[in-house]
Ligand binder design. Structure first.
Ligand SMILES: Nc1ncnc2c1ncn2[C@@H]1O[C@H](COP(=O)(O)OP(=O)(O)O)[C@@H](O)[C@H]1O
Ligand SMILES: [Mg+2]
Length: 270
């Protein structure tokens, strides 16, 4: 379990540029859940996940992961973090070498490294035949998957994704989300998904935390959140288009997916 207790964080303390990015943040993850962190740009999402992953030093409050503090180097094996636009960090000559980079650094045997590369490629839906290509011969969506596979090959128990679909075309985005929240989730990994896309949250998150100006405005299920228009408005977020459509039709029921909306609308027409 990731347990965040009363975490606050201020950038450039004591300077004229001082900026409080997080205020009294507390939450726990449940095993195997997808926990979304939603919020407008500048609400503190990236700061929060970097603190959770131990990349920004805590100054106030506490973070524990499976009972270890974030200062403990052992958590690096537990937590995998995928930054925004992770494909910008690809640097090896081949897809295989890029994905294998982390596991090789862990000192695993070559047989284990190969097995992990194959499995990670399968998990993100990359064909094995792409292994020997340069990442630069791939499409943007495929490069993103290579970068994510490199993190999955470390077999993290907790996977943190910062806006994983930002900048992808709709088809690439859809494929990536399906793989991540199908294959990867089924393998039991707990996922923290940073997103301001309410549609993705509606479809894939078990729970959601809404941040606004560094504070938690809401914690609950996506369904509960989309019933709270005032919270979304305060956070500067829009409900998913499907939810908005039902409201426009004056239908007082809630749908998170197209299928649910279709059932509700068809039922009314009969
Ligand atoms: N390295 C930094 N130095 C100073 N201020 C920062 C830094 N990184 C982020 N901030 C500020 O902290 C706040 C939260 O930023 P961030 O965590 O990046 O939000 P989000 O990921 O939700 O867009 C913003 O006001 C941002 O300008
Ligand atoms: Mg961010």
């Amino acid at each position: 379990m990731i347990s965040v207790k009363d975490v606050s964080y201020t950038y450039m303390t004591g300077t004229p540029f001082e900026k409080t990015a997080l205020k009294n943040i507390s939450f726990d993850t449940a095993q195997g859940e997808v926990l979304a962190i939603a919020g407008h740009t500048g609400s503190g999402k990236s700061t929060l996940i970097q603190i959770v992953a131990g990349l920004i030093k805590l100054t106030s409050g506490a973070v524990e992961i499976d009972g270890l503090t974030v200062a403990d180097k052992k958590i690096r094996r537990l937590v995998g973090i995928v930054f925004q636009y992770p494909e910008h960090q690809l640097f090896e000559e081949t897809v295989e070498r890029d994905i294998a980079f982390g596991p090789r650094n862990f000192g695993l045997s070559e047989a284990e490294v190969s097995a992990r590369v194959e499995e990670a490629m399968r998990q993100v839906g990359l064909e094995a035949g792409l292994k020997n290509l340069s990442p630069f011969e791939l499409s943007g969506g495929q490069r993103r998957r290579v970068a994510i596979a490199g993190i999955l090959a470390l077999k993290p128990k907790y996977l943190i994704l910062d806006e994983p679909t930002a900048g992808l075309d709709p088809l690439a985005k859809e494929n990536l989300l399906r793989e991540l929240f199908g294959t990867v989730k089924r393998s039991g990994v707990t996922i923290i998904l940073v997103s301001h896309n309410m549609e993705d949250i509606a479809r894939f998150a078990d729970n959601v935390i809404v941040l606004a100006q560094g504070e938690i405005l809401f914690k609950g299920t996506p369904r509960e959140l989309f019933a709270r228009e005032e919270i979304l408005a305060r956070a500067g977020l829009e409900p998913p288009p499907i939810t908005q459509l039902l409201r426009k039709l004056n239908i007082d029921e809630q749908a998170l997916t197209l299928d649910e909306a279709e059932k509700i609308i068809l039922k009314r027409r009969l």
